[in-house]
Design a binder for this molecule. Structure first.
Ligand code: FES
Length: 123
């Protein structure tokens, strides 16, 4: 079996929602102290719905694929659903990650949670 699923390779090669969201009203940034990778999530929230989302990830391919998939999973969704997104769900949506790369998907969950915290501080 290949180390990485086709979905991981696809999201790594063609990341969805990559970049900076100029009119974001919630920004979350997290890092992993061990590998030094950093992930930033930009959310535009209106009426408790994630209207738009973009990300920047300075990290490994699994982190890029995880953030890309996570943005797809929260776009257009109500905050009540978004706050429940787990790294496990992201990993499953990617058809799995190697065990030593699971922490990369944790960054995606944490970056979204950090953006939601940022949003709640402002309202
Ligand atoms: Fe650090 Fe993947 S190795 S996020």
């Amino acid at each position: 079996m290949a180390l990485y699923s086709e979905k991981v390779m696809d999201h790594f090669r063609n990341p969805r929602n990559l970049g900076v969201l100029e009119d974001a009203n919630a920004i979350g940034e997290v890092g992993n102290a061990k590998c030094g990778d950093i992930m930033k999530m930009y959310l535009k929230i209106e009426d408790d719905i994630v209207k738009d989302v973009k990300f920047e990830t300075f990290g490994c391919g699994s982190a890029i694929a995880s953030s890309s998939m996570a943005t797809e999973m929260i776009k257009g969704k109500p905050l009540s659903e978004v706050e429940k997104l787990t790294n496990k769900a992201v990993t499953e949506a990617l058809d799995g990650l190697p065990t030593h790369k699971i922490h990369c998907s944790v960054l995606a969950e944490q970056a979204i949670k950090s953006a939601l915290e940022d949003y709640r501080k402002k309202i």
